[in-house]
Design a protein around this ligand. Structure first.
Ligand code: NAP
Length: 432
């Protein structure tokens, strides 16, 4: 069989990883793909003479490469949005298969790109766009295709997980942990996309589309990052038997699909709690397979290249098993105030008799029941009016709009002397 002719766009971390994997594992890859995978052309902004292109030609014009007629597959690894999108559209319009690691363009334009691929009998592979080396896209698309899913939950941003792990294990503040993550290369100089949850929301958009046929609806995904998490919340959570993780959650409810990214308390005994550092993990609860769990490197040259090459091997087989258009389900994504979770609350309150009782009364009037509570003897600095203590409460599950109403009332109590912290709780109890 003729080799699969690949054009590679970008020559950065992942693209160099792809060249290495294709070279190091050439024999096994050819056996599985049924033919050689040959990178015949590379295009990127800057030439890198030190990188062995294995005989491929080099140019700086990625769009011209994408429009070539003599390539079977174009691999987009330049990142960003505008040129990357144009490049992918050019190749797909030309009937050339595309593999990309670009979560932003898939989350924002996935529907249109998959339609374009389908209209031109091309395939679009994006295993590398979610959780790096973890094969979660192919699991949802192929191995779990016979299931209806109850939920998909993941730790899908390594930077946030690294920071929360450092805060929990070393008692570091958010800003110190972020600085360490930057020094070690786990966080970008501008970490906003990671720590404010946007990167995780891109990935959750893709998981929600594939797992629930809900379309690629990034704008409807609720996004909250980790920058407001305090070390004391991590400590209270620990005393209550929980770990704070930044999660992406897609969950089927009767009224629609919840799709949300935010910090959450997860039981210490749950597998997700043991995922530390920059590692990623995804867990899927399905009606036939039960609970399945996937963990591994969420980024890095070789793990991400592994996902890219996996897509290339799929394409090289006669019928690629890549994601198709979601099934067009009209199921809505629920707004955050319709989401139902348990809550952790930390309420800074004057150290006065009856303060806890007044909080409990408001919660009870709103039909919010308390699962557990801790009240410290003393907390931070004294105020002019007297000492304050944090009232820490875990609640049973309640709709967010009910919690919002209750917290507005609690916040207005004269005993409450600071802003209430609230973090959602996910029990994720194992059922099988
Ligand atoms: N790194 C990871 O671990 C990882 C994990 C999962 C997914 N991804 C995704 O994979 C993609 C690539 O990531 P990466 O880490 O390899 O990025 P990177 O190291 O920054 O590499 C990007 C490459 O593309 C080139 N480039 C950027 N814009 C260009 C343009 N307009 N025209 C031509 N060339 C251009 C860059 O040129 P210069 O050399 O001149 O900068 C560089 O060679 C991104 O979509 C990223 O989100 C990365």
């Amino acid at each position: 069989m003729d080799p699969l002719r690949v054009g590679l766009c970008g020559l950065g971390t992942v693209a160099q990883g792809v060249l290495q994997v294709l070279s190091d594992n050439a024999e096994g890859i050819a056996r599985r793909a049924g033919r050689q995978l040959q990178v015949v052309a590379v295009a990127s902004r800057t030439a890198k003479p030190e990188v062995d292109l294995g005989g491929a030609t080099f140019s700086t014009d990625v769009l011209t490469l994408a429009g070539r007629d003599d390539l079977d597959v174009v691999v987009e690894l330049i990142g960003g949005e505008d040129t990357a999108l144009q490049l992918v559209e050019t190749a797909l319009s030309n009937g050339t298969h595309v593999v990309t690691g670009n979560k932003a363009i898939v989350a924002l334009h996935g529907e249109r790109l998959l339609s374009l691929a389908s209209a031109n009998s091309a395939h679009l592979g994006f295993e590398a766009a979610v959780a790096g080396g973890i094969p979660i896209i192919s699991s949802l698309t192929n191995a779990l295709a016979g299931n209806a899913h109850e939920w998909i939950v993941g730790i899908i941003n390594g930077t946030s997980n690294f920071i929360l792990t450092a805060m929990a294990e070393q008692g570091q503040s958010f800003s110190d942990a972020l600085e360490e993550a930057q020094a070690l290369g786990y966080a970008e100089a501008d970490p906003t996309f990671d720590v404010e949850g946007v990167d995780a929301a891109h990935k959750l958009t893709i998981l929600t589309a594939l797992g629930f046929g809900a379309g690629f609806r990034f704008d409807d995904v609720y996004v909250e990052g980790i920058s407001a998490i305090a070390v004391e919340d991590i400590e209270y959570a620990r005393q209550l038997g929980y770990v704070i993780k930044h999660i992406g959650m897609a969950r089927r409810r009767a009224a629609g699909i919840e799709a949300r990214v935010h910090p959450a308390l997860v039981p210490q005994s749950h597998l997700l709690s043991s995922i530390g550092g920059a590692t990623n993990a995804v867990m899927v609860r399905s009606n036939a397979a039960g609970d399945t769990f996937y963990a591994g490197a969420g980024a890095g040259a070789l793990p991400t290249a592994s996902a890219v090459v996996g897509d290339l091997v799929d394409i090289s087989k006669s019928s690629a098993r890549l994601p198709r258009l979601p099934d067009g389900s009209a199921t809505p994504l629920l707004p955050i105030d319709r989401v139902e979770t348990e809550y952790y609350l930390r309420i800074p309150s004057l150290d006065q008799p009856g303060a806890f009782a007044r909080v409990a009364t408001i919660l009870s009037e709103c039909k919010i029941s308390i699962e557990a509570a801790i009240q410290r003897e003393q907390a931070g600095p004294s105020l002019d009016e007297g000492q304050w203590v944090p009232i820490v409460i875990l609640t049973h599950a309640v709709e967010e709009q009910v919690m919002n109403r209750a917290l507005a009332e609690v916040q207005a109590l004269p005993e409450v002397v600071g802003e209430i912290t609230r973090i959602r709780v996910e029990q994720l109890a194992v059922t099988n």
